[in-house]
Design a protein around this ligand. Structure first.
Ligand code: HEM
Ligand code: SF4
Ligand code: SF4
Length: 523
């Protein structure tokens, strides 16, 4: 599976860098795929309501009613129709890109299976909405879709009367059919909206609105396309004739040519295998799960920061159970926790300065604990022998720390850069463990743990708790979010940072300490 994911991830990482330069990281469309999907959904909904008002469900009048909207009222009805079509196409493109991106960055593995699994019916519903929409126009393309789709559905043993019979001869279709069809064309997107809501239930603070500039830009592009290249119908359906060459919309109808080469049963088989295979991907192969975060009530004051910062809604506050004078305590739902450690960094007692032998905090991750982080920080600092010395904090999903290491650069890798309490930067500089601290992690907008980079930036800039203290000399800090393949350019930035540090007064390294003495000397 990695042999598919790796090149895909690289392709996304490289394209995203190009888009970062063109649009800026915040407006990068690839960082906003899910949010853009919602935006397109709303464009489809609003334009659909307008079209519905002018739509006539009479079998003889349906085609004419859409023609009227398209041509007689081109400036409004026509634009709405084009927006409806182009936003629907964009929705498919977005859903497929979003699926590929989440897959390539492994954002669906282990306990993160939920959004992926709920994404599978979303795909079916998006396609069903689009196909039923093309059917409504009742032109030659609709006739082709009607016949092919109904024969495909008839291959299932559910329908007493074959549906395809409705499309075999003139007069076999009555007005009720289009009433039923428009009902379905409205009901399916409503079910889709409900499943989209379910899709986000295990994420906290999901981004469902794109940045305003990106939304305006994409809407303006669609409006321009609607005016330059309006959506139009093909000749009207005629059940007395077999439709000839119909132009397909490749976003929605790309699978239809399959019907020319495979039996309906085979297409069902293929669709079933693809659906089940897609649904099974989060467990292929099974993931070794990091252990879930653990709350230590002795150190928990019930502040709720861990709940605010967990990207997966895995922590909740409940009434206090241990008699301490706080109203609440944190509790972790192990089934939702990915072990990223972001909560540990948010917890107030997560400070390396304390004298206690074994550092403990309110919420900690057993596989990358606060104590372990302090020990690894010391171990990395001891490897630095040439000034200016730079300590890099990075994350497991970004550039390999070993690739950056030399006598003046040493790295500590965390499950997520969001698992670094800001006090560690203060600690490293105030104790002379290094002359400068460099932060890195998965590139901007591509944090594997969704909010790790965002929280790190806000905490280090003093805009979110826990804040980096004012006393920390900012000129001794640098950060650059870099994807895994960007080791060379990252090393270049670290070298530039070292050159800047060389202009500052040197910091005296601490006296060599025995590992057993470390806790005595840190306070
Ligand atoms: C109309 C289609 C879709 C829309 C509008 C949509 C929307 C979203 C949004 C807004 C997020 C949260 C992004 C964030 O804040 O980090 C998200 C996450 C996600 N979606 Fe979708 N999605 C769609 C289809 C799909 C499909 C088809 C799949 C895969 C089969 C999928 C898989 C995922 C996964 C794996 C996550 C990330 C969960 C995590 O970070 O743990 N989505 N989606
Ligand atoms: S951040 Fe720490 S102290 Fe605050 S509620 Fe969570 S575990 Fe308790
Ligand atoms: S380790 Fe990550 S997923 Fe688990 S509770 Fe903490 S922040 Fe949430």
């Amino acid at each position: 599976m990695q042999s598919i994911k790796r090149p895909l991830r690289l392709a996304f990482a490289v394209t995203e860098r190009v888009f970062d330069r063109a649009f800026g990281p915040a407006w990068n469309p690839l960082h906003n795929l899910g949010a853009l999907g919602f935006f397109y959904y709303w464009i489809v909904a609003v334009s659909g309501i307008y079209l519905y008002i002018g739509f006539d469900t009479g079998v003889e009048r349906v085609y004419a009613s859409i023609e009227r909207l398209t041509h007689a009222q081109w400036y409004l009805g026509g634009v709405m129709r084009s927006l409806h079509r182009y936003a629907s196409d964009a929705l498919v493109a977005m859903a497929l890109l979003h699926l590929l991106r989440e897959f390539s960055f492994d954002r669906m593995r282990g306990v993160r299976w939920f959004s992926w699994l709920t994404g599978v019916p979303i795909l079916w519903l998006v396609y069903a909405s689009g196909v039923s929409g093309y059917w409504l126009v009742w032109d030659e393309l609709a006739q082709y879709i009607a016949l092919t789709t109904s024969e495909w559905l008839d291959a299932l043993p559910f329908f007493g009367e074959p549906i395809a019979r409705n499309f075999l001869a003139p007069n076999s279709l009555d007005d009720r059919f289009f009433t039923l069809l428009i009902f379905m064309h409205i009901a399916i997107p409503l079910i889709l909206l409900f499943i989209l809501w379910v899709h986000l239930q295990r994420l906290s603070k999901p981004r469902i609105n794109p940045p305003r500039g990106l939304a305006i830009g994409t809407l303006a592009m669609m409006l321009a396309l609607s005016l330059v290249h309006p959506a139009v119908s093909q000749p009207p359906a005629d059940l007395a004739k077999v439709p000839g060459d119909v132009g397909l919309d490749w976003f929605y109808l790309a699978a239809y040519p399959l019907f020319d080469h495979l039996s309906y049963a085979w297409v069902w088989g293929l669709a079933g295998v693809l659906t089940v295979g897609l649904a099974a991907l989060p467990w292929l192969p099974p993931l070794r799960r990091p252990r879930a975060a653990v709350v230590d009530l002795e150190h928990c004051n019930g502040c709720g920061r861990c709940v605010q910062d967990c990207p997966y809604a895995a922590v909740a506050m409940v009434p206090r159970s241990d008699g301490q004078p706080f109203a609440q305590q944190a509790v972790v739902d192990a089934a939702l926790c990915v072990g990223c450690g972001i909560c540990m960094a948010a917890c107030p007692p997560s400070m390396p300065f304390r004298r206690i032998a074994e550092l403990a905090t309110g919420i900690d991750v057993p596989d990358a604990s606060l104590n372990d982080l302090r020990e690894r920080t010391h171990a990395a600092a001891e490897r630095l022998s040439v000034s200016p010395r730079v300590l890099v904090f990075g994350c497991d999903c970004s550039v390999d720390m070993a690739a950056l290491a030399n006598e003046s650069v040493a790295g500590v890798s965390l499950p997520c850069i969001g698992a670094l309490p800001p006090s560690f930067v203060d600690y490293v500089l105030s104790r002379g463990l290094a002359d400068g601290v460099f932060l890195t992690g998965g590139s901007e907008g591509a944090c594997v743990n969704r909010l790790g980079i965002q929280w790190t930036e806000l905490r280090m800039d003093g805009e979110r708790d826990p804040r980096l203290r004012d006393r920390v000399p900012r000129e001794r800090m640098a950060r650059r979010w870099a994807a895994r393949h960007e080791a060379t350019s990252l090393a270049g930035e670290i070298a530039a940072f070292r050159a800047q540090l060389a202009t500052l007064p040197a910091i005296r390294p601490p006296a060599p300490a025995q590992p057993a003495d470390i806790r005595e000397t840190v306070a």
